[in-house]
Write a protein that binds this ligand. Structure first.
Ligand code: NDP
Length: 484
């Protein structure tokens, strides 16, 4: 009989923590408890991937009537009802949270709906002061969005807040050029919001393939997003009535009511337009400012430093390939370790942890060749090396095609898609695949299997095309467009 209350205590009920707890209890027969201070499902289910994707779907309908008319349908433009959508969205999130709770209780995991912190290597203290002991502790507390350090930054919202807006703003300024900034720029523009985006670097989506980033930026601008690269926010405050007097340089128009009411500078109720100054000197007024300027691991005030657990510069918990911290009984998975911050990766890390610690089968986490998608409009699906990263590594051939896809071209739209393979000159292996197209996320999942298996360009070539599709181009590119 164990001297501890539990074999495993998991802190954090997001995708990674829930999976590890379920599998340890259900498959490995461990006695498991889990503490979650907020809602079960974590960032992905409650304030990330799931509600975001539902918003992507919602925003996609905006273009459909025009396209349908081009195909002969007699159909009028409609309008979007945010209140109706967000009510339904919240019901769906409630349902999913309940599914997560049921999965845990069904596996025999004891749940504590509160915050937990570590007292020592085997003791967890709950909010009410109760102490629980465990042979093993798994930290899966995720991350949270951060605002830049600037005066009045609290006037801006972060991605968590989008799903709770009482109404959609008429105009929004989005700061940042990463996944979240670009996805919400497209979503909100599709829902009828006037979107301005400032990114401090030369091109959005740093780290992805340059050609793919370029096409996404071009498509975003074509859709009407006012994207400014090499631009950042330097000053912000609540808009005052006099800010509306001179139209010069105004990039957005606040609602009439807001102009009439005016706002005091010390008004911090989160409501009302915000006046913003950019690095290039331009000023503008926006109903909302969204900071999509990165995320930080949730590792503060957990007792980690006192235990000698090493934290990185960003607050991430340092772990080895088995997700072990410097304290043998304590492991960490998911965004709190800031390795590859994606839901399926956290889930894998949780499964590998259970294999290693509870099934006596040491399993390192494989972070190589992870396919992923950015849900901009059009989407980007990507796996492996960008052309730029591959060139640094070895000589490569680049196979690339960009074209107007049949469905939207028929409707008279100029939208283009991109299919690209980065191939090793020496081995013929496909080192990277980058797709910018509607549903590129779905396509890259399948290309990812081939590339993970080590497929060569010759393997792609001997695969018969599925016709007529967009993705057939990925197996019909005969000659490299360039070598590097
Ligand atoms: P990212 O780190 O991807 O992007 C942050 C952006 O903010 C970058 O463009 C960065 O610029 C910019 N930035 C950072 N600090 C400042 C500042 N002080 N002033 C102005 N700009 C700043 O973070 P996200 O929040 O977009 O996403 C976080 C993570 O969540 C992603 O890395 C991804 O792992 C995950 N995610 C995945 C999604 C998916 O799979 N579809 C969707 C959403 C999130 P710079 O490039 O110059 O550093």
């Amino acid at each position: 009989m164990s001297d501890y209350d539990y074999d495993l205590f998991v802190i954090g009920g997001g995708s990674g923590g829930v999976r590890a707890a379920r599998v340890a209890a259900g498959e490995a027969g461990a006695k498991v408890a889990l503490a979650e201070e907020s809602r079960y499902g974590g960032t992905c289910v409650i304030r990330g991937c799931v509600p975001k994707k539902l918003m992507v779907f919602a925003s996609g309908y905006g273009d459909m009537p025009a396209e349908a008319r081009a195909y002969g349908w007699d159909i009028a433009d409609g309008s979007f009802d945010w209140t109706k959508f967000s009510g339904k969205l919240n019901q769906e999130l409630d349902r999913l949270e309940q599914v997560y709770r049921n999965l845990l209780s069904g596996s025999g995991v004891e749940m504590f709906d509160c915050r937990a912190r570590l007292k020592d290597a085997h003791t967890v203290v709950l909010d009410d002061g109760t102490e629980k002991t465990a042979k093993n502790v798994l930290i899966a507390t995720g991350g949270r969005p951060v605002r830049p350090e600037m005066e009045n930054a609290g006037l801006g919202i972060v991605s968590d807040d989008i799903f709770h807006l009482p109404e959609l703003p008429k105009s929004i300024l989005i700061i940042g050029g990463g996944y979240i900034a670009c996805e919400f720029a497209c979503i909100l523009q599709g829902l009828g919001v006037k979107v301005t985006q400032y990114y401090r670097g030369a091109q959005i989506l740093r780290g992805f393939d340059d050609e793919a980033r370029g096409l996404i930026a071009e498509s975003m601008r074509e859709r009407g997003i006012d994207l400014h690269t090499g631009t950042n926010i330097v000053e912000m405050r609540r808009a005052l009535p006099e800010d509306y007097e001179d139209d010069d340089g105004h990039m957005a128009t606040a609602p009439v009511e807001a102009r009439q009411i005016g706002r005091r500078e010390d008004d911090t109720d989160g409501q009302g337009p915000v006046w913003v100054k950019a690095t290039n000197g331009r000023t503008g007024i926006f109903d909302q400012v969204l900071f999509a300027t990165g995320r930080r691991p949730n590792s503060a005030d957990m007792g980690l430093e006192d235990l000698g657990i090493e934290l990185g510069r960003n607050g991430q918990i340092a772990v080895d390939e088995f997700s072990a911290t410097s304290v043998p009984s304590i492991h960490a998975i998911g965004d709190v370790t800031d390795r590859v911050n994606l839901t399926p990766v956290a889930i894998r890390e949780g499964m590998a942890y259970v294999e290693t610690v509870f099934k006596n089968n040491p399993t390192p986490v494989d972070h190589d060749l992870i396919p992923s998608a950015v849900f901009t409009q059009p989407e980007m699906g990507t796996v492996g090396l960008s052309e730029e990263a591959a060139r640094e590594q070895e000589p490569v051939d680049i196979f690339c095609t960009s074209f107007r896809p049949m469905q939207s071209a028929f409707a008279g739209q100029s939208a283009r898609v991109l299919m690209k393979l980065v191939v090793s000159k020496e081995t013929d292996k496909v080192l990277g695949c980058h797709i910018v197209a509607p549903n590129a996320g779905e396509m890259i999942q399948l290309a990812g299997i081939a590339i993970k298996m080590g497929a060569t360009k010759a393997d792609f070539d001997r695969t018969v095309a599925v016709h007529p599709t967009m993705s057939e181009e990925i197996v019909t590119m005969r000659n490299p467009v360039r070598s590097a």
